[in-house]
Design a protein around this ligand. Structure first.
Ligand code: ST9
Ligand code: ZN
Ligand code: ZN
Length: 341
């Protein structure tokens, strides 16, 4: 792994298109003011999405019933497998590889991750990454697509039911996306997304149980399709909602992002969100490489052994410890040692 130096700390600036503005690193910033977005612009509800999410969640309840009481045991295994594959596409692919450039991957791995990411149906990689870079650069302001200052519901799902705040679009323009424009895998997926998406997210996942172990269409649709998709959406959204509200701040007490073990387990290692906002370029998205609570790191390490992933970036233990001492909330083990000295 590449151990990175202190200078890399001002990571959001890495995505700046033009000359970086002078900005104080987050550890010296005073707590941010409460957003006044609700007063500044009228909500424009996108009813298509509201209806889709109501359908998804209601149908997922029926799917849960079928999953527990009716489904073939292979369909159950298939459901878990699909959920995991989609999660890997989001965490190891869209998030750590493409949004943060936390490591590099050869094209076969990028193609595999792009297919997994398509299966997860969270918009194409280009759009996902743009929103996520904007989230990191303008966290908890009106320019943050899922600004957690607007409450649990908004940061969880509400942001996908409204037109975006004008600041997201305006300030979002300052984010550099040229690296993705040069990646043919990302551009191919963007171009053919409307064809690839239904195929990889619904048609193939639902067809396989019907064809190979004679599952009936309805059980396959509600379990392998709807339930699996709805759960994985919610587990992902927990990172934006729960992991910006409830948990510890061992690395930076001045930001809303927290470390939350339950989210880490459900979101394949993406719940160490206080660490992640402090060191967004670390490929583990966590200080420690505990595989059980970070399945995505396990996969990247495995691919690195095969030579498919390389240039894995890691924050050095000294850098992490220094940061925790300077800006953490005192819950980092290194802080306790310091107090004993
Ligand atoms: C979904 C995404 O669920 C979830 C992301 C979660 C991220 C979590 C991250 C945490 C870490 C990783 C955790 C992984 C854990 C995984 C565990 C799994 C088990 N910058 O968007 P439009 C401009 S998706 C710059 O339409 P509206 C731009 O010009 C779910 N510019 O805005 C754009 O045009 P174009 C499924 C921006 O009209 C134009 O504005 N999908 C930016 O306000 C219009 O953009 C859905 O539900 C920006 N950031 O509509 C659909 N944004 O694109 C959701 C916009 O041509 N989307 N612009 O360049 C929508 O329907 C709409 O986007 C909308 C807003 C209604 C929400
Ligand atoms: Zn965040
Ligand atoms: Zn991130």
């Amino acid at each position: 792994p590449l151990f990175l130096a202190e200078a890399e700390l001002i990571s959001p600036l890495r995505y700046q298109k033009t000359k970086p503005q002078i900005s104080t690193p987050s550890y010296t910033k005073p707590p941010q003011k409460k957003s006044s977005s609700q007063n500044q612009y009228p909500w424009q509800i996108v009813w298509r999405n509201v209806i889709a999410f109501v359908y998804l969640h209601t149908a997922a309840l029926y799917g849960l019933y079928l999953f527990i009481f009716v489904a073939h045991r292979y369909t159950v295994i298939w459901g878990f497998l699909l959920g995991s594959v989609g999660a890997i596409g989001i965490t190891a692919g869209a998030h750590r590889l493409w949004a943060h450039k936390a490591y590099k991957a050869k094209w076969p791995m990028r193609v595999f991750l792009a297919m997994c990411q398509t299966l997860a149906f969270q918009n194409h990689i280009y759009e996902w990454v743009r929103d996520h870079r904007v989230h990191h650069k303008f966290t908890d302001t009106d320019a943050d697509p899922h600004n957690s200052k607007r409450g649990f519901f908004f940061s969880h799902i509400g942001w996908l039911m409204l037109k975006k705040h004008k600041d997201v679009k305006e300030k979002g323009k300052t984010v550099d996306m040229s690296d993705l424009e040069q990646d043919w895998v990302v551009m191919f997926q963007k171009r053919y997304y409307m064809l690839l998406l239904p195929l990889l997210c619904f048609v193939i996942p639902v067809w396989i149980p019907i064809h190979f172990w004679k599952e009936d269409f309805s059980t396959s649709w509600y379990c392998a399709g709807i339930l699996r998709y709805t759960l994985s959406l919610n587990f992902t959204w927990f990172v934006n909602s729960v992991a910006h509200i409830w948990g510890m701040k061992p690395y930076d007490r001045f930001i809303s992002a927290v470390d939350n073990k339950i989210v880490a387990a459900l979101a394949f290692g993406e719940g160490w969100h206080n660490y992640h906002h402090a060191f967004p370029w670390d490929y583990k998205a966590a200080e420690l490489g505990n595989y059980r609570l970070n399945m995505s790191t396990a996969l990247i390490d495995f691919c690195a052994k095969l030579g498919l992933a390389y240039d894995l970036k890691v924050a050095s233990p000294e850098l992490v410890k220094r940061r925790a001492l300077r800006t953490g909330d005192g819950t980092h083990p290194g802080s306790a040692e310091k107090q004993e000295e």
